[in-house]
Design a protein around this ligand. Sequence first.
Ligand code: CA
Length: 421
Amino acid sequence: MIDANNPALESWVEVPENSDFPIQNLPFGIFRTPTNPAPRMCTRIGDFVVDLAVMNYLSLFEDLEIDNDVFTASYLNDFIQLGKTKTRALRNRLSNLLQKGNEEISNLSWHFLHPIDKVEMLLPIKVGDYTDFYSSIEHATNVGCLFRDPENALLPNWKHLPVGYHGRASSIVASGTPITRPNGQTRPNSEEPPVFGPSKLLDFELEMAFIVGRETKLGQSVSTTEAEDYIFGMLLFNDWSARDIQSWEYVPLGPFLGKSFASTVSPWIVTLDALDPFRVEGPVQDPAVLPYLQYEGKHNFDIALEVEIKPEKGAGKVVSQSNFKFLYWNICQQLAHHTSNGCNLNVGDLCASGTISGKDVNSYGSMLEITWRGTKPVQMPDGSLRKFLHDGDTVIMRGHCAKNGVRIGFGEAVGTILAAH
Ligand code: CA
């Protein structure tokens, strides 16, 4: 067991029951405060953000041999670039410093602890390249039924390779960033010419993403066995989608403007180390996959996921409860497939899972599926109906693991829909 994951550990910082951030989590993020607007590195415990730049200034990390600049960088890329030996050492050090009994450190806490509601959490990663996979068999089957042919919902390649496409990194935004309803070309009536205007079928996609933590050289392929060495950690990912733009534009080259207007990430990168106790077997893959996609061990994770829609006024409603463990293709297979042609990865690349749907309608990860393309609207607590998202709606995604009395979570990925320009 990784020392910092020990369920018996307790912190001198009060951690509320059901917090996503006990001492066993210690994720990494970037924040700033009104009095010190310079972005800097942090971790989180309970309802407090821990300023790692200040901890470093107090010489609490001196022997870890990490450059001062890493703690005051605007993104975590430089930290992640240090490699797992050093990033692990810092997480272990934080675990020691924040453990009960370390009164010496708790006496200094006013220097580096900030209540979470007094800080602004920023985009944690400068994303170089963004790849979106399509790894949920339930989602791919549902979309195949809705967009194409229920008899042949899965295309012939789907069970042989983790299907994916190259997305747009520039529009990946921090949680809390408003999302403007995109304009685009659609063809609402197949008997008439296409039209241009605000998307009428704006949707979310419940996804998770991993952050590449180690670069590969052009021409290098990474095996499924080595893959986790190249993955730093994970976050929540909302791949906003305009279904009317998507369905008209996507043949033959796949998603484009129906997806590229925005994607929202949660502020905390939870390390693969912290997720280690929550490993589970993946679904049986039948037919057997090619040797380069075969793997040993457990590489799925039991992460409960949910999506809430909160209208501008009134109560919200949880419209989906899914789980990361449903994914047919795991992160090691995704990374092995991504590098199988020799395409190089860089630190800070982001690979999203694709929408994570389960078998039941209440576990579907998009409104497209939940309302079956608008034919079965969801009723909100105020009586209004949702086929897709309305202006003023806020979408909140949450995710957490729980086992042996320890709960490790990701916080929230939040975005509010603004009217189109
Ligand atoms: Ca997607």
